[in-house]
Design a protein around this ligand. Structure first.
Ligand code: SAM
Length: 845
């Protein structure tokens, strides 16, 4: 068997489906996976009635490539595609992952790869097809040895028979012929996702409700704080005795909130909080046994404790969001304890008391060595039981020191006596460290079941008048209660930077005036289920010293825990933002030349800053500043300043500010910002939308005979325009502004001139092309060479070009010219504009 080397992907898929995999269902579409092979699931009389696409494991998910593309890399792309999506929450995983091209196929058993999906120090947020990312290389390095031992390769020309035999023997449904999969701390989460599909009622993709093999009053259970995952844990910690009978199954953990007993589930002994009418039993024994036939219970001994400790991972995202339950990775736990030891002294654990009042399953306390002085409290009883279980299995904590306590509602009178006496004694409080990663959730009306009102609590009611809008954030409520009701203590907390910087926290900062002694920052995406790229801090506060926050030098660690260059974090209270400076120029222009869209004044909104034609329909939200002769330079400055420094996880929350007036004297800076703005990807001015006023080169300079529709920019640069009416100098607070408004020639630095030369070469090359348009903008030129991702036929014979611009062009000369232009523009941004961004106070640091 062979395929033509030039066969297209779609054709190759359909030929593989009709030749090699003709006995199977290759029609399923699962997320962005190229090719899916699954058993047919049409119901047959007397056969497994529970077999539906949702409940039947697929056989193969594969990445498909044209020609002779390297298949190992294609497999990495597939792993990144799966890991970066929620596919595994909706579908059972396949038996094999694979990749094929026109020559060969490679396969690897899914179970050998699945542990990689559990990496929580890994950033899955990258484009899977981009082989240049650090994540791509990192994953390749991590899976290399698994590939070496587990990967199978079949060439279509030489190994066809072998491949067919392999498929016959390995791609089949009968679970009892598959070896039982061992459960460990790497795969238990995925097994849980599969368990939910079989056991719990849910809606499939077609909107039908599938009943689930367990019979329970799910709503009632949740109200009592019992989650589906508690039933899963009960199921998991069963000795299956290597038989398929349920009758001999026995729990091996009696002290979980739910455990498996007498062919059903029971609440933990002596739990008076739970009422008897919360029945849960096995409704569909066949489906239940079929499921557990595939896995060997109990989990591996060495993984058992870790699975229990990570109960939080099984908590559904909406519940987790509501409770703000995000587990602190061990690398940051360790580091925070090192910071505490540095600050409080090497014997701090014997001199101070420690209370984690948002303890979850107690993970933050791992590594502390003096159980007599450590307390852990948390809101959920199930988590307290997990802590007790961990204590029985050797965790260094006393059972009576781990207790249920709702920190936002309960009175300190209800604390264990010894802790209460510390909290209520001003002297002892000085030796108390409140050590927390508090819950992060904001009470609002946004999507996500039940988030509205999560902040409602006694603490909220007590402090809402004092801390204003910050009172909708649970972590702020923790901080203010600690500060006001346990004065004198030392506070060590993980946090986002809002309490230091967000305008919404201005009132909070007036109340919360503890001295910030030490702080380190680490990337938020290293925390479970946090995808955003922003910093999380660990701060040490002295609550008995009053020092309102203004600025601090923070230590910074990257995702691998390596210390990198530090960063100054500043408070923005009383400092006007760049957006209000820009607002000063927003008067109704007489002849608008375009419009700049922008949101906020921070790096996290960098992508929202772009220039477009006024004829375009405005995107909703944000500011839309019309551009005319009088404010062209101001716009160029705002645009260049917000784009010339790349947005990263670390600067994500930094705010751009109203600058000092020093920039007014700097004509070169003004010219550099204009040159930078003209050749930036976010400058979307297009002659397709209206007159293009943004052409910086005369016709003869770019070999064009036709004349442009607008010479505005040429005249503006040369200073040939009459001074505009009105007072654009308002922008310089008080002083008359001396910046160019078209009546004086622009000054360009040598670096900006290199950009213009590179731009001129690009324009010249463009105008040599067939179909080039005289008024084309920089955006139009890029689109001409790079094309867009898809075209559509509006009417017969008329093709409409739609979609995103492609990243590259096949035209090598264009790629060279645009490469040089981008390089020159980047250089201008980094070396000339960025230093002045700080010098003129657009950014503080
Ligand atoms: C961010 S998690 C931290 C868990 C654990 N200490 C760690 O660092 O990995 C916050 C914990 O606070 C708990 N929590 C939420 N609201 C609470 C409240 N009002 N009182 C006490 N604990 C609460 C959540 O259930 C969650 O376990």
């Amino acid at each position: 068997m062979s395929f033509s080397p030039s066969i297209q992907e779609e054709q190759l898929k359909s030929e593989m489906a009709s030749t090699i995999f003709h006995l199977y269902d290759c029609t399923r579409i699962i997320g962005k996976i190229d090719f899916c092979v699954a058993p047919h699931t049409k119901k047959q009389k007397g056969k497994d009635q529970n077999r539906t696409p949702e409940t039947t494991a697929p056989y193969l998910w594969a990445e498909v490539k044209r020609g002779k593309a390297k298949l190992e890399k294609a497999l990495i792309q597939l792993i990144l595609t799966i890991g970066g999506s929620d596919i595994l929450e909706h579908s059972l995983p396949p038996i094999y992952l694979g990749a094929f091209n026109a020559e060969e196929i490679i396969l690897i058993p899914y179970e050998k790869i699945q542990s990689f999906f559990m990496l929580n120090d890994f950033n899955w947020n990258v484009a899977p097809s981009d082989q240049s990312t650090r994540e791509f290389r990192d994953l390749m390095a991590r899976v290399q040895s698994t590939f070496a031992t587990e990967k199978l390769r079949f060439r279509f020309d030489k190994d066809e028979k072998l491949l067919r035999a392999f498929i016959r023997q390995n791609l089949k449904i009968r679970a009892d012929e598959q070896p039982q999969i061992e459960i460990d701390h790497n795969n238990f989460f995925h097994i849980y996702l599969q368990w939910r599909l079989i056991m719990v009622p849910h809606r499939n993709g077609k909107g039908q409700t599938l009943p689930g093999a367990l019979d329970a009053k799910w709503d009632g259970l949740q109200k009592k704080g019992i989650l589906e995952s508690d039933l899963f844990l009960a199921d998991l910690f069963v000795d299956g005795k290597s038989t398929i009978e349920i009758s001999d199954d026995e729990t091996i953990r009696e002290n979980l909130i739910i455990s498996f007993r007498s062919m059903g589930y029971r609440t933990s002994r002596g739990d008076t909080n739970l009422v008897d009418d919360l029945r849960f039993d096995i409704r569909d024994r066949q489906a239940y046994t079929n499921f557990w036939k595939r896995f060997k219970r109990p989990p591996r001994k060495e993984s058992q404790q870790e699975i229990i400790d990570r109960r939080d991972r099984l908590v559904p995202q909406d519940v987790r969001e509501r409770k703000g339950a995000f587990f602190t990775p061990q690398q940051w736990v360790e580091l925070s304890q090192r910071y505490l030891a540095d600050y409080l002294g090497p014997s701090w654990q014997d001199e101070y008391y420690v209370w984690d009042c948002a303890a979850g399953t107690g993970n933050l306390l791992v590594g502390l060595t003096n159980p007599d002085r450590v307390w852990a409290s948390t809101i959920d009883r199930a988590d307290v039981l997990v802590m007790h279980d961990r204590i029985s299995n050797g965790a260094l904590l006393h059972k009576h020191h781990a207790f249920q306590f709702d920190f936002l509602n309960d009175s300190f009178d209800g604390l264990p006596p010894e802790l209460r006496s510390i909290v209520q004694d001003p002297e002892k409080r000085k030796k108390l460290v409140i050590y927390i990663n508090p819950p992060y959730a904001e009470g609002d009306s946004r999507a996500g079941d039940g988030r509205s009102g999560v902040h409602q609590s006694a603490t909220h009611d007590r402090y809402i008048q004092d801390i204003g809008s910050a009172a909708s954030e649970i972590f702020a409520l923790f901080l203010i209660r600690i500060y006001r009701e346990i004065p004198g203590c030392v506070l060590g907390d993980f946090s986002i930077l809002k309490n230091l910087q967000a305008p919404k926290f201005a009132a909070f900062r007036k109340e919360y005036r503890a001295k910030l002694e030490k702080i380190f920052l680490c990337p938020a995406y290293t925390f479970d289920n946090v995808k955003g790229k922003f910093p999380i801090s660990f701060s040490i506060w002295q609550t008995d010293k009053e020092e309102p926050f203004e600025r601090i030098r923070a230590d910074v660690y990257d995702a691998e825990g390596q210390r990198v260059a530090g960063k100054t974090i500043v408070g923005y209270d009383g400092r006007p933002l760049l957006s209000s400076w820009l607002g000063r120029t927003a008067k109704a222009p007489q002849k608008p030349l375009g419009r700049m869209a922008s949101v906020g004044s921070d790096f996290q909104n960098q992508r929202t800053v772009f220039i477009e034609n006024v004829e375009r329909r405005k995107k909703r939200g944000g500011r839309h500043t019309p551009i005319d002769q009088s404010n062209t330079i101001i716009i160029a400055i705002c645009f260049a300043v917000r784009h010339c420094i790349p947005a990263t996880w670390l600067n994500d929350r930094d705010q751009f500010l109203w600058p000092s007036d020093a920039w007014l004297e700097d004509r070169e800076f003004q010219g550099d910002c204009l040159a930078y703005t003209l050749f930036h990807g976010q400058n979307c001015i297009s002659a397709e939308d209206g007159v293009n006023h943004w052409i910086p080169f005369a016709e003869h300079e770019v070999g064009l005979e036709a004349s442009y529709g607008s010479h505005f920019l040429l005249d503006f640069i040369a200073g040939r325009l009459p001074a505009p009416d009105g007072d654009a100098a308002l922008i310089a607070d008080g002083k008359p502004g001396d910046f160019t408004r078209g009546e004086k020639p622009i000054t360009f630095s040598p670096e900006a001139q290199v950009v213009l030369q590179a731009g001129r070469a690009l324009y010249t090359y463009y105008h040599q092309q067939h179909g080039a348009k005289p008024n084309a903008s920089y955006y139009d030129i890029r689109r001409f060479f790079q094309g867009v991702s898809r075209t559509e036929q509006a009417k017969p014979g008329e093709t409409v070009v739609k979609g995103r611009m492609n990243a590259k062009s096949d035209d090598a000369e264009y790629m060279r010219l645009i490469g040089e232009l981008k390089q020159a523009s980047k250089h201008l941004g980094y070396t000339k504009i960025a230093p002045k961004v700080y010098e003129y106070g657009f950014l503080l640091g």
